[in-house]
Ligand binder design. Structure first.
Ligand code: ZN
Length: 155
């Protein structure tokens, strides 16, 4: 018997990515303060001109840093480089997280613009997305219900 294969007219499989084929609008926030909680303490210190911990991969101790130096440890997002305030691309992504569950995804990212010092937050959730724990719980509940139904029909 021949192996089951995709229909000849099917397009080549594309590796799904977090930022492509979005099925819902993005949630965005932009302003002088970060929307996400990470790095807030350091951001306040850089803003106040207080010493910040040196990136452990570079050295140790604390140093007063410019925004360029502090943000130098982060990369510009290749997918979303634009600042939502000034439209420039001199940005550094200081936060990114994504969760995939059964092909549905949720993600958040935030970049600091080194030109205007505004934070651009973007968040996305696929319609129907469930956290893995939630999906697992539903799977178990369905299984338990099915077992109960079978037990009843066999009785
Ligand atoms: Zn900007």
């Amino acid at each position: 018997m021949p192996a089951v294969s995709a229909a000849p007219h099917a397009p080549p499989a594309e590796v799904p990515q977090y930022h492509t084929h979005l099925r819902a609008p993005l949630t965005t926030r932009v302003g002088p303060d970060p929307h996400v909680k990470v790095h807030r303490v350091e951001i306040e210190k850089v803003r106040a001109g207080l010493p910040v911990e040196i990136n452990p991969s570079v050295g140790d101790g604390f140093r007063v840093m410019s925004w360029e130096e502090w943000a130098g440890r982060f990369k510009t997002s290749p997918e979303f480089p634009e600042c939502l305030a000034c439209g420039g691309t001199n940005t550094k992504e200081h936060y990114f997280t994504q969760t995939w569950c059964r092909g549905e995804r949720a993600w958040e990212c935030e970049s600091l613009c080194l030109d205007c010092l505004q934070y651009s937050f973007r968040g996305y959730v696929d319609p129907g997305f469930k956290m893995p724990e939630e999906a697992e719980k539903e799977r178990w509940e369905a299984l338990v219900a099915e077992q109960a139904r079978l037990a009843l029909t066999e009785a």
